[in-house]
Structure formats: C-alpha cells, structure tokens
Design a protein. Structure first.
Length: 693
C-alpha cells in the first residue's frame, strides 16, 4: 500500500486539532439550575452526563465519542489517499510525452483534453515501481523536457501538473529526438578506422504518447524505444472553425476594403452559424453561414471608408474547440516614405513613381548625378532620414545610410577590406567597367562584399524569376525583351530575383542593416543626337508599375496595400521597417510590450508570438502604429479534433491503446469517505435514540 499526501502542512495542523476538540467537548462543565427531586432513580442518565461533563473527572466509556473519533480518523486517512498499484508495472524506464498543442484545449470531455492527459499521466506515475525511472516531455511544435529521468514521484507529479496549454500546432519530431537521445546513443569512429564505436550503452525505454494524434508522421526510427499511443478525446467531437481570413484594399476602389474568410465544418452534420465582423471592437457586419458536413464555405464582407484598423471575425457556434472560432486581420496605417531618385532623366521610372498608389506611399525627390558630391546631398545620405536611394545609371562614391536600388550600375565598395593589416579599395562603380577583381579576403575565407558584373551582351531573355520574393509578387516578365545587359555576381547572402540565359540579371543582397538591389540593365541608352534609345520594352508592360510599387514597399519598408501579415503561433514575426527605425516596441494581444533592436540587421524579428491576436509595432516612446501583424491558428490539422485511431512513426504503426486498468492505481479513499458517512449516520441515530429514552 502507498499513500499520497493531499494536504499542505498548515491544513494538517488544522486537521490535527479536531480530535482534541471533540474530546474536550466531553469534559465541558455545563451550568445547570439546581432542582430538588424526591428520588434520583429516574435521573440516572442525567447523573452520568453530569459526571462526564465534570472537568478533571475520568473519561468514562462513551460509544458516541468513539464513533465521532472514528469518523475523524476515516477523513484523515482519506486525505492520505491510500491505495495499491496494479499487478503490472510500467517498466524500468518510461517516457511520458504529453501533447499540449492548441487542439488539446478541446472541451469534448468533462475537462479539457490536456487536463485529461495529465490526469492519466499522474495515474501512470503512481504505477511506477520503487526503482523505476521516468521522464516527462510536453510537446507542441517544439519539445519541452519538463523533467529528466528520475524515480522521485513527487518531482514527476509536479512536472506533469506544471505543463501549460499552448496555442501552437503539433509536431512530434523534436520530442521524439529528445526521447530517443538516451535510448538510441550515437556511434563514432576515428579517421581511417573502419570499425565504428557506440558512444554510450543503449538504454531501452517505453514511450507513452498522450495526444489526440493531430500531427504528421515523424520520419524517424524508434530504435530501442517501444511506443504506445494513448488517444485523448471523444471519438465524435463537434467543431466548426475559421481556417483563413484576409483583408485587402480594393485596387479599383480606394475607399473599399474586402474581407474574406474560409469556414470549415469538421463534423458529420450540417451546421448553421453566425459570422460576426468587428472593427476595433465594434460590430460592423454579420452573416449567417450554412456549412454541410465535412465541407468548406466562404464568407465575404465589404467595408467602406476604412483606412486602418483591427478586424476580428467571430464564429458564433457552441462547439468543442472554441479556439478556432475567432480570426484576426489588420490594415496598417499609411506611412509616407522618403525616396531620392538620382537620374539624368528616366521617363518610364518617373511615371511609375508618380502613380496614385506610389505617391500615397512615398515622397520622391529627383536629383541629378552631378549633385551627389555636394555637401548637402552627402549630409543627406549620411543622415539616415531617407528610406530609399534609387541610382539610375550612376553611383555615389560612398554608400548611403539607407536601402538602395541600382539600375544599370554597380554599388561602390561600402566596407573597407583589411588584408594583413592594410586596407584595400574595391573596384570603381563605373558602369562601363567590367568588374573582374577578386577580393583578397575571399582567399582568407572571409565574406564576399562586392557586386561584380560581366561584359555587356544581348539580346537577353528572362528564363526564370523568383516569384516568392516580395519585389516580384504579381510581376510577369516572360515576354519582356532586353537589348543588352550584364550578368551579375552577388555578394555573400545575395538572393537571385531574375535570371537570363547569361546569368543573374537582378538580385538583392544585405549590407549591414540595409538591403541593396541591383538590376544589370539600363532602361534606355543615350543616342548620338542627344536623344535616348530604349533598351527594353518592360516599361510599357502592365507589370512594370507593379514592380516599382513592390520595390517601394520592400526596399523602402512601406506598408503593403494588402492586409497585415498573418503568422501561426510560435512563428517569428519579420518586420521590414524603414532603416531609420533602429529600435521599436511590439505590443502583444495581452498588452505586454517588448523592445526590438535591429542590431545591425536588415530586418527586425519578433519571436514571442504565442498569443492569438494583434501585435502592434510602434516607435519607442511614441504610441503611433508603424505596422501590425496578426497571429492566427489557421491549421486544418489542429481544427480537425477527432482523435486519430493510430499514429505512424517512421515505418511503424502505433495503434491506439486506452486500457489502463492493469497499471492503474487502486484507490481506497472513496471507501473511507463512505465509511465515515456510515459511522456519522450511526452516531446520529444512537444520539437521537438516547435522547428519546
């Protein structure tokens, strides 16, 4: 038999005072009025009470006192939770893996699935033998080792009870790697030795996975681990969830915002729900949604005269998983960029920068290349107040403290390179020079810091574009014709955006905290009569103004005309803000503020994204909003909360097993409480019968 302490020390102190108090009641001296009677024969019981209640008198035998003390004793034993472990123990080494992902917050049981999993784990811990050891791992999309191998049941219980719920998705891979590290030790061998050596002794263990099975199959071998899957949840839960929600400005109607959501029914019955849309906490629209069994339907909303705000869509339906009944989308406030265009004249580019969408984003100043060396322009480039410099067929002697976009020219060397204590200058930025210099620090294993270009060749044809990059979203260059251009060689960390048959035609690369984009072709070349000869027909294509707008948004750090970016819980929030913001604050949905420092990087990254809702980015010490992003669940796998019948780990099918009776603890506290109630009833009966006599 084993005992489990259910009370704290001060509660035990209170419990220990109860028996003495009961006994003291039998010693209390009652104050009675004297009454003369002719005989005491009929008053024997009263005399007995008088003796019993007389202080310092010997305590006489009293059945009522005995029964009352037995009742208190039964209550005390019940608080110790006496019980026996089943005949079959779990084994010498056990690993309890408890799923605490978002789907484990489902309420299809009497309690949440996570609470049910923790309760089962506590029962299994009590079934451990005296010399058995166990480990506790909580997992969502990351592993959280709550307790390493130990035989201390108190520490194991505390670790299980401390597992918190999360809003994250589920991934078993990291948790399995943590579990198999001890059971499947690695091997090593020396160079030239054909015999590998195991670095540690294999330690087999039993793995108990307590989850609803909402994860993809981990691709790994269990090795010395024997797995058992314990499904948590009702076999037929009810859930309807929002799996997508976006808000974008209508490109044809500037004063209109379109919000669109996808609602999915994960149960086997038709569902009718109400979708309510709120703006900054106030209801602005609602729609009734009918969804067939296991089907998906869309919901549209049109909002007029909206510039910025926080949109929240709520699905009013009582299901077992309320976490996916709310979704968030934001519209960032418009912000004007400071852009400087340095050119001798580029009509197509100037026209693209003068469109209504571009002027809403940026204030563009046009300068001539001859002014680059003037004192005012040099001071401006070093001030950090300009978001983007665009250099058309020219380049400064020194790179500015801003993002840059070079058209038909190469950036100058912006970082000095030291070789054996000496500084070496990079190549000039002359557009006609063929850059073939090889940096001395490359041979020393250092990073490549220079842009290089090959000979002018043509005609060029676009054979591949990086559509996943923000600069080239919705940009089609398949029919663009180019008379001549140069193949580029990018610095370390560069990203290829456009490739021709000769090589990279367009790329972007980081420079400390900034981004530099280079396009290896001109839009036009000067003619002998003082005019210009077009070098490409791209400016007359519909994709050209889209490209210019994308470049402003990405390189300038502008806010897109589409809705705020949405990520899943736990994913990093990447902020492309203007380079002049070295430090910002991020306010999460709970109101907690976190400072972010650029630390020399081109982007700011916020990693504390576990809460669902709106994250507002603002300057330090200023309450105006620079940018927003949202965290939404948006996971079909998490919203489909029906427990899996089996899970696949590597090539092994692990079937569901819910039979715990052989290893469960046999509890006696309920019987002790029942006994206490019986004794209390007997005591009450005897007391009333005694009074009536």
């Amino acid at each position: 038999m084993s005992l489990i302490n259910m009370l704290s020390p001060w509660q035990w102190i209170l419990m220990a005072t109860v028996p003495p108090l009961i006994i003291m009641l039998y010693f209390l001296k009652l104050r009675r009025n004297p009454v003369q009677v002719p005989s005491t024969y009929l008053w024997q019981r009263t005399i007995e009470d008088l003796h019993v209640n007389s202080i310092w008198q010997r305590l006489r035998k009293n059945l009522l006192l005995l029964l009352q003390l037995l009742v208190v004793l039964a209550f005390i034993l019940a608080c110790l939770r006496p019980g026996f472990r089943g005949e079959e123990t779990l084994g010498a080494r056990s690993i309890f893996m408890i799923d605490n992902s978002s789907s484990m917050q489902s309420q299809d049981l009497d309690q949440s699935r996570l609470a049910e999993a923790k309760e089962r784990a506590l029962e299994m811990v009590e079934a451990l033998g005296k010399n058995d050891v166990a480990m506790i791992i909580a997992f969502s999309d990351r592993a959280d080792v709550r307790q390493g191998f130990t035989s201390d049941k108190a520490r194991l219980r505390d670790a299980i009870k401390s597992i918190p719920p999360t809003n994250r998705t589920t991934d078993l891979n990291e948790a399995l790697r943590a579990a198999s590290g001890l059971a499947n030790p690695g091997r090593t061998s020396q160079v030239g030795d054909l015999n590998d050596v195991q670095v540690a002794e294999a330690m087999p263990a039993m793995l108990y996975i307590m989850s609803d099975g909402g994860f993809s199959a981990p691709q790994m071998d269990l090795g010395n681990l024997a797995a058992e899957y314990i499904p948590i949840g009702d076999a037929l839960p009810i859930n309807v969830g929002i799996v997508a929600f976006t808000a974008e400005r209508n490109t044809e109607k500037d004063d209109q915002v379109e919000a669109f959501a996808l609602v999915q029914n994960f149960c086997g019955q038709e569902v009718t729900a109400t979708a309510s849309l709120t703006l900054d906490g106030e209801l602005i629209d609602a729609s009734e949604v009918e969804i067939e069994a296991f089907a998906t339907t869309g919901v549209n909303f049109e909002i007029q005269n909206l510039v910025e705000g926080q949109l929240q869509l709520e699905l009013e339906y009582a299901d077992d998983f309320p976490l996916d009944n709310a979704a968030f989308a934001g519209l960032d406030p418009p912000r004007e960029l400071e852009v400087v265009l340095v050119t001798n004249g580029n009509t197509p580019l100037e026209a693209a920068l003068a469109t209504e969408q571009a002027t809403a984003l940026a204030n563009v100043r046009i300068m001539e290349p001859e002014s680059l060396e003037t004192e005012n322009v040099v001071a401006l480039s070093e001030s950090g107040t300009v978001d983007l410099f665009i250099y058309d067929n020219c380049a400064p002697k020194k790179m500015p403290e801003a993002n840059t976009f070079f058209l038909g020219a190469l950036p100058p060397v912006s970082v000095s390179i030291e070789v054996e204590g000496e500084e070496s200058e990079g190549p000039s930025a002359d557009e006609e020079a063929v850059v073939e210099n090889t940096q001395a620090n490359e041979s020393e294993g250092g990073p490549n810091l220079l842009w290089k270009a090959g000979e002018l060749t043509g005609p060029l044809f676009v054979i591949d574009i990086n559509r996943s990059h923000p600069i080239l979203q919705y940009v089609d260059m398949g029919t663009v014709r180019i008379v001549e251009g140069r193949a580029l060689e990018m610095p370390s960390g560069g990203v290829e955006l456009v490739r021709s048959q000769e090589g990279v035609l367009f790329g972007v690369a980081p420079r400390d905290a900034y981004q530099d984009a280079v396009l290896g072709m001109r839009f036009a070349t000067p003619s002998e009569d003082g005019g210009v000869i077009p070098n490409t027909d791209w400016p007359i294509k519909r994709s050209f103004p889209v490209f210019v707008l994308n470049a402003l948004e990405y390189l300038g750090g502008a806010v897109s005309t589409s809705g705020s970016k949405s990520i899943r819980p736990g994913q990093p929030g990447v902020l492309n803000l203007a380079s002049r913001f070295d430090e910002v604050e991020v306010v999460d949905p709970l109101g907690k503020s976190t400072k972010l420092n650029r630390a020399g990087g081109p982007q700011l990254i916020h990693t504390q994204t576990d809460e669902l809702g709106f994250y507002r980015v603002k300057p330090v010490g200023d309450d105006r909003t620079l940018q927003m992003f949202t965290v939404n669940l948006f996971s079909d796998r998490e919203s489909d909360i029906a427990p899996a019948e089996e899970v696949l780990i590597g090539a092994q099918n692990v079937g569901a097993s819910s039979d715990q009776k052989d290893i469960s603890r046999i509890e006696y506290w309920r019987w002790l409480l029942a006994l206490a109630l019986v004794l209390l009833a007997v005591e009450w009966y005897l007391y009333n019968r005694r009074i009536s006599v």
